[in-house]
Write a protein that binds this ligand. Structure first.
Ligand code: TRP
Length: 359
């Protein structure tokens, strides 16, 4: 019975580009959720190392280290290799096969209209110097997704344009090669003989977490991010956490505990609200902070305790895995072998639909 239930689990696929260790922003945005989703879905978690080369082809060692870091972080937070499949993009060659074929189904100007691509060109200062491969990566992502024919693809908001493209490619492929009528409803594509599901866009509970640094010139707090140097990592030790929290940005107008403080736009309280299990204390302390009857030091001390309680067990598990790197890499190898089976079976079906199976 359980076996059948296992087999009937709907499939989920999502992934990360390895650009560094995971931090608290990843945790509230998606990682915490993934750990829970393992019960109800047959989960595939992709480490998108080819994508990392789109903007850092000159830093292969760094990408290598980031792959290992993400893998360690996944295991440390509780992604369970017995239930979920963790795999490496560059070792699943069917993904590259599909990328090439899918690239024929997307008009080139369509790529240039992708808002996430435009934002990245601006935010990463790529100017006119982005590579051909950079523009190709959303097509690669379409292949990452469709190769697994998943029911759900939980991603953050910035990934929606890529999912929209995934839907377009699925429709086009099904129409061109599987005889699905061009007026078919998205949800009917599989029943009408289409190979690929027109995947639903379902946003995760993806809250955006601020970092511990100063606001920008417009007064907006910035998103937690490794490159902005405002992150608390899931692998930080208690001393590092304490140091970061003690020097974190709070209300700059509040100089002593008897000054009235502002709770809004204050990372101290954003963090308490996001992570403190004792929300009754948080509500009361926020009121006292507004009135000027509680000190920053006490509130920060509480926050340090809360974050150490959350992160320390993760860090301890990570240390165990760090000391067993061979075993950890074997987990990635086995996951990748399983992913290869699924993706190459899909690629074969795609080639059959495209009349390109000869022997
Ligand atoms: N582009 C995603 C990111 O940078 C990573 C990614 C690659 C991905 N392939 C994917 C996410 C497939 C979901 C599904 O975060």
């Amino acid at each position: 019975m359980t076996k059948i239930k296992e087999l009937m689990k709907p499939r989920l696929l999502t992934g990360d580009t390895p650009t560094g260790r995971l931090h608290l922003g990843h945790w509230v945005g998606s990682v915490e959720n993934r750990v829970l989703l393992q019960d109800d879905y047959d989960c595939y978690f992709l480490i998108a190392n080819i994508h990392a080369f789109t903007t850092r082809a000159d830093r292969p060692e760094e990408i290598h280290q980031s792959v290992v870091d993400i893998l360690l972080d996944y295991l440390a937070v509780g992604i369970d290799p017995k239930r979920s499949t963790i795999f490496l993009q560059s070792e699943v060659s069917a993904l590259s096969d599909l990328t090439y074929f899918f690239s024929m189904l997307i008009p080139f100007p369509r790529l240039m209209r992708n808002p996430t691509i435009k934002d990245e060109i601006r935010d990463k200062g790529l100017g006119d110097n982005y590579s051909f491969g950079f523009l190709l990566y959303p097509v690669g992502q379409v292949a990452d997704i469709l190769a697994f024919r998943p029911q759900i693809v939980p991603v953050g908001e910035d990934q929606i344009p890529h999912l929209e493209m995934t839907r377009e490619v699925a429709r086009r492929f099904n129409q061109l090669y599987c005889g699905v009528d061009s007026h078919a409803e998205d949800q009917d594509h599989l029943a009408l003989g289409g190979l690929f599901p027109v995947v639903e866009v379902k946003l995760g509970r993806s809250r955006r977490l601020v970092g511990i640094g100063q606001p920008n010139a417009e007064g907006n707090l910035l998103k937690m991010s490794k490159s902005l140097n405002n992150a608390i990592f899931l692998s930080d030790d208690p001393d590092t956490i304490a140091k970061k929290i003690k020097s974190m940005y709070t209300d700059p107008k509040r100089l002593k505990a008897t000054d009235k403080g502002s709770v809004e736009n204050n990372p101290l309280w954003i963090f308490h609200e996001a992570f403190n299990p004792d929300q009754a204390w948080v509500t009361e302390a926020e009121q006292r902070y507004r009135e000027g009857t509680i000190g920053d030091v006490e509130c920060k001390k509480r926050l340090i305790e809360v974050l150490v309680d959350l992160i320390e067990p993760i860090r301890q598990r990570r240390l165990v895995y760090e000391n067993n790197l061979d075993q950890v890499l074997a987990i990635l190898r086995e996951g990748t072998a399983k992913a290869n089976d699924v993706a190459s079976a899909t690629a074969k079906l795609a080639k059959a639909a495209m009349k390109q199976l000869y022997f």
